[in-house]
Ligand binder design. Structure first.
Ligand SMILES: Cc1cc2nc3c(=O)[nH]c(=O)nc-3n(C[C@H](O)[C@H](O)[C@H](O)COP(=O)(O)OP(=O)(O)OC[C@H]3O[C@@H](n4cnc5c(N)ncnc54)[C@H](O)[C@@H]3O)c2cc1C
Length: 407
């Protein structure tokens, strides 16, 4: 009873401080450098170093954002960082994919050993890569061909195969590589391994040329008889053997565990898309207020004003889905309707639509590199593709709501 407020959407003080702090970095350091690093198509090491210096790049930052029990801190930080720039944002956050895999599957000892090596330090920052996708196994993860074979005599794993499109692949200090240990079990026969710095047999191709996120390094990775100590299997051999036994003797149930891991990371990725979308919307809004055609600011035409109204509405709707999924993940709520996928699907599609509209609102100017909406338009497109394409998100949602094997 009583009038106590049980539900609210205000950020608490810590969250609004975090937002303002990341926004300051995005505005003062990231945004002014965005066009240059996009053109250079290189990893912006000096900016990574700046981020490390202020504590925005490192394990402590990630742990702090992950431990917020509302779940909102990481989406809030990502939205602001990617508001600054998608490519530099990904150069800074790419490492967290590998760290999340170590955190999610590793033992406490593995966490302590490898995570610091993923980030390096402010004097000598490093990056890490998470290598899962293969030339013939993208959406279809179960088709993974990279093999990991255990050699008991030497207590070593030997990895052989090829990985595709790995963020930071080849330039990373630490590579986390997924591989099949028992191909007959499909995705349930896969495991993740840490490949330590300088391990022989692992090589990245040269940086792939991309449409967007150009400051972020993407490369294919070859694994040619890569020998790593037994201790590099994330989670350890005993846990793997138990898991494989369960998979061999039971109906495919622990698919749900893998699915949940993806659902947990999706709102954070959706928030990146949201940051890019918001940046483009804000730029287009200002432009439309100032650009005069037919003797009046173009925003005085409903066609333009309503487009901006729709852009803002869609961005805010996407943010609510992102925050809901982040909150559900942190509070162990079951994703009964694929809410994690919904958040990434909506935010990715909104980012593509909003950045496209922003280019349109700027007219010819929008098509030129002089204005950032051109870059934002290119950067946004990846969000309907990686971390599960829009079609795969729809597959997850439709299976969750129907309980049927939708194909
Ligand atoms: C810039 C960039 C960075 C990346 N970073 C990483 C990384 O760090 N680590 C990593 O492991 N991977 C990474 N990836 C890979 C990315 O996750 C994959 O590209 C993505 O999962 C899609 O896989 P694919 O490219 O093989 O496409 P495919 O699986 O070949 O899909 C092609 C098309 O078919 C559709 N499709 C496939 N199956 C179905 C189906 N059942 N129903 C309906 N439609 C379907 C897809 O939606 C898509 O439109 C990155 C990719 C890029 C471009």
């Amino acid at each position: 009873m009583g009038t106590a407020v049980e539900f609210w959407l205000d950020l608490n003080e810590e969250q609004s401080d975090l937002r303002d702090w990341v926004h300051g970095f995005a505005e003062q350091v990231v945004r002014p450098a965005a066009a240059e690093w996009d053109e250079r198509e290189e990893t912006p090491w000096p900016i990574l170093q700046e981020a490390a210096k202020i504590g925005l790049y490192g394990f402590e930052f990630l742990i702090n954002t992950w431990s917020d029990n509302t779940g909102l801190s990481l989406p809030i930080a990502n939205e602001e960082l990617f508001w600054g720039d998608g490519g530099i944002g990904m150069a800074i956050s790419g490492t967290s994919l590998a760290v999340a895999a170590i955190y999610g599957s590793g033992t406490p000892e593995q966490l302590v050993e490898w995570v610091p090596q993923c980030f390096g330090d402010a004097d000598d920052p490093k990056v890490a890569a998470f290598c899962s996708t293969e030339p013939e196994a993208g959406s279809d993860v179960a088709s993974m061909k990279t093999r990991a074979v255990y050699h008991e005599a030497t207590d070593e794993w030997v990895l052989t195969g090829q990985k595709a499109y790995a963020t930071n692949g080849g330039i990373a200090n630490v590579h986390v590589v997924t591989a099949s240990v028992d191909p007959a079990l499909g995705s349930r026969g896969q495991a993740a391994f840490v490949v330590p710095p300088g391990t022989a047999g692992l090589a990245g191709t040269k940086k792939l040329k991309k449409l967007g996120l150009r400051a972020s390094h993407t490369a294919d990775v070859f694994l040619d008889d890569v020998r790593i100590p037994g201790s590099c299997l994330l989670g350890g051999k005993e846990a793997l053997d138990e898991r494989l036994d369960r998979a061999r003797n039971a109906a495919p149930k622990n698919k749900n565990a893998a699915m949940r891991t993806f659902e947990l990371s999706r709102p954070a990725v959706g928030a990146q898309a949201l940051g890019i979308a918001r940046a483009a919307y804000e730029y287009a809004l200002e432009y439309a207020k100032n650009r005069v055609a037919f003797g009046r600011p173009i925003i005085e035409n409903q066609a333009i004003a309503f487009a901006l109204a729709d852009m803002k509405t869609e961005i805010d709707a996407a943010r609510l889905l992102v925050w809901r999924a982040a909150w559900m993940g942190r509070n162990d709520k079951p994703f009964t309707a694929g809410e994690g996928s919904m958040s990434k699907l909506k935010a990715g599609e909104v980012a593509v639509a909003v950045t496209e509209k922003a280019v349109q609102i700027l007219g010819g100017a929008g098509y030129l590199r002089e204005h950032p909406v051109e870059r934002m338009f290119r950067d946004a497109k990846i969000y309907t593709i990686f971390e599960g394409t829009s079609e795969i998100q729809r597959l997850v949602i439709s299976r969750a709501i129907s309980g049927m094997q939708i194909r």
